[in-house]
Design a protein around this ligand. Structure first.
Ligand code: C2E
Ligand code: MG
Ligand code: MG
Length: 635
């Protein structure tokens, strides 16, 4: 039989173990019994020899049985078993020598069978069987020839059968051992594969940082630790980082540079680590850090500022120098409370940091808690709102300065929630934009505005505001164009207002959609002009017909600098061939300035606050009447 490798030999031994220990146990029991019974049958020298061999066999097998409970080397088992086998043979040999009884020779045959079944290996089995057979034949020599022949045949048959049994038994045991080893190997392999998969599922492929799943897993771990040891509960901080203007980097330098930048940012986040920090990438340009080193609020604030400085240092990527900054929202978290709401709170701090001008860290505080609560209540109400019933439109007139007539009305949304009451548009529009709910509102406003337009006997051109989300959503732009076609709306009567900030979210996409709206015949106005990027270059390429200068310019109307700026804005509009409208005209002083700087049109409380559609019509009539009277008086 071929030599087994160490692993298989061990597995074989393991399978044999119950057989060996059963063998040693039975032999031990038998010889203990024999040792005792010899006292009855023998005396003197006979007792000494018979008892001696029996006791020796009992002790050897008993100690082997006990030792076998611990792992024993194969050769050691083999030696033990050989010793027990030989002692068994010796026992019969001594007994037959003391008193020859031919029938006792059958013991040798039984032994041959037992050795075969319980042998540790073929070699050992062969040796024991040969010794037993020789012993039998030696004693058989004392018998007559016929009886001798009979025993010889018997022992040869028994030996052949036994050796075959040993051979085949061992062969199947080796097969079982190998199958078992294969199974173990496979199990190992499965373990390794599943571990690799697990690791991969927990790490971000671009930056190799732990990913979103790993972030939540880490939180779960900390939660479990805190539950086990509430006293050791150190302060845990949640730090949310979002890059400022990452989208522009992608747009300007391409996605490859964007990816490399994210890797470089990850590197800096890792190298600016604080004790107990678990940095993960949540996706896009968002990174979260869980800090569980028991730091104080001051430590965290200091670390956040260091981090912001580090992030803002220029990056050298593909031979270009790229700059980016980050905004941070922090919150100390209580591991026993609901995680979702605490993450939302850290997110609120992050949004506050963005709102305060970016590249800063904001720690979630009590004031934020109040604001956040209100915000989430509004968001919830908005989510379940019946927009058709709850959204109403008001209209604010726009007046042409040269002709002195209302030339258009801006449709503005008003929302009154049955749960919360009336909510300022500045507030709910922002929340709807942040929570991805703006699309529904926009489509409702468009639907209602179109319905008004259709119902008016003397239609007044209207303008409708679009948010950044609307502008980059093909679906919403499709819906607007489809609806106007279905209702046979004259697109010349409708203008859409977009802001520069909205354009910047995804300039390419926004431009495409603006072109589609303009292509369908709608007019486009650039709202809140002067508060955003004011990049005059792209104005040329966009289908814009009007600049609506933000009302913040009217905050100090007497200021010569403001007037100068407005003057050049109006001049630039003229150069570009677009209209210039000044917003926020509240009194005569504002109006005079608007005229001086050369604006084409104005909008503001002086001519009317946002009003119902009926009031708008009254205003149109009243306005043209008063203008006519004014002109008559002047003439
Ligand atoms: P906006 O598009 O710049 O609208 C003009 C805002 O200025 C309106 O505020 C209007 O009431 C206010 N306003 C007009 N004249 C004066 C004035 O003389 N003095 C002052 N202090 N304010 C004046 P409102 O209605 O509160 O809307 C605020 C913003 O909410 C709007 O700014 C617009 O960005 C957004 N919004 C309103 N309705 C919608 C809508 O249906 N869709 C979208 N996407 N945004 C809307
Ligand atoms: Mg507007
Ligand atoms: Mg505006």
């Amino acid at each position: 039989m071929s030599k087994l490798n160490a692993k298989t030999a061990l597995a074989v031994q393991d399978i044999y173990r119950p057989i060996f220990s059963g063998y040693f146990a039975i032999v031990a029991a038998y010889y203990i019994f024999m040792s005792v019974s010899h006292f009855w049958y023998f005396e003197g020298a006979e007792l000494l020899v018979m008892g001696g061999v029996a006791v020796l066999a009992a002790i050897t097998s008993l100690t082997s049985f006990i030792q076998l409970r611990n792992p024993m080397e194969a050769t050691q088992v083999e030696r033990r078993q050989l010793a027990v086998n030989l002692l068994m043979i010796a026992n019969v040999v001594v007994a037959l020598n003391l008193g020859f009884e031919p029938q006792k020779m059958t013991y040798f045959i039984i032994m041959v069978m037992i050795f075969a079944l319980a042998s540790v290996n073929f070699r050992q089995s062969l040796f024991s069987i040969v010794v037993a057979s020789i012993a039998l034949m030696t004693f058989a020599g004392r018998l007559e020839k016929a009886a001798f022949d009979g025993y010889v045949f018997l022992v040869i048959a028994a030996a052949m059968a036994s050796l075959s049994i040993t051979y085949f038994l061992r062969k199947s045991i080796i097969r079982i051992a190998n199958a078992r080893l294969d199974a173990i190997d496979q199990l190992e392999e499965v373990k390794v594969v599943s571990e690799t998969l697990r690791e991969r599922s927990l790490s971000d492929s671009l930056t190799a940082l732990p990913n979103r799943r790993a972030f939540f897993e880490r939180l779960r771990e900390l939660k479990a630790q805190a539950a086990q040891d509430p006293i050791q509960n150190d302060a845990v901080w949640l730090v949310l980082i979002d890059l400022d203007g990452f989208k522009s980097v992608n747009d300007i330098h391409g996605h490859l540079v964007g990816d490399l930048l994210l890797q470089a940012v990850s590197g800096r986040l890792n190298s600016t680590k604080i004790e107990g920090a678990h940095v993960s990438r949540m996706g896009g340009d968002e990174f979260n850090v869980i800090v569980s080193g028991g730091q104080s609020q001051d430590d965290i604030a200091q670390w956040c500022n260091d981090l912001l400085k580090k992030l803002a240092e220029p990056y050298s990527i593909e031979g270009r120098s790229v700059r980016i900054s980050g905004s941070i929202g922090c919150k100390q978290i209580d591991l026993e409370l609901d995680m979702r709401s605490q993450i939302n709170q850290a997110d609120f701090a992050l949004m506050t940091a963005k709102g305060q001008g970016k590249n800063r860290a904001v720690m979630f505080n009590r004031e934020h808690a109040k604001q956040a609560e209100e915000r989430y209540a509004i968001e919830e109400a908005l989510r379940s709102a019946n927009l058709a019933a709850e959204i109403e439109l008001v209209f604010q007139p726009q007046v042409d300065l040269e002709r002195g007539v209302i030339v258009r009305a801006e449709a503005l949304a008003r929302w009154s929630s049955p749960q919360i009451g009336t909510i300022q548009p500045g507030k709910f529009i922002q929340i709807a934009e942040d929570s991805g709910l703006i699309g529904g509102i926009t489509l409702m406003v468009v639907e209602k505005a179109f319905a008004e337009l259709q119902s008016w006997e003397k239609p007044i051109p209207i303008s409708i505001n679009l948010s950044s989300h609307d502008l980059i959503s093909d679906m919403i732009i499709d819906a607007i164009i489809d609806q106007s076609t279905a209702l046979k709306i004259d697109p010349a009567m409708v203008e859409f207002e977009v802001t520069e900030t909205a354009m910047m979210t995804d300039f390419e996409k926004a431009t495409k959609n603006l072109d589609r709206l303009a292509g369908a015949g709608f007019a486009i106005a650039l709202d809140d002009f002067g508060t955003g990027y004011s990049n005059f270059n792209y104005l040329r390429t966009l289908p814009i017909g009007k600049l609506k200068v933000d009302r913040s310019f009217m905050d100090n109307p007497g200021d010569p600098m403001t007037e100068k700026v407005l003057f050049s804005l109006a001049g630039m509009a003229r150069t570009l061939g677009v209209h210039c409208l000044l917003e926020g005209i509240e009194d005569e002083v504002d109006l005079l300035m608007a005229k001086r700087v050369g604006a084409d049109a104005v909008q503001g409380y002086l001519f009317g606050a946002p009003m119902t559609s009926a009031d708008l019509h009254d205003a149109v009539i009243g306005f043209s009447g008063s203008q006519a009277e004014g002109q008559k008086a002047a003439g």
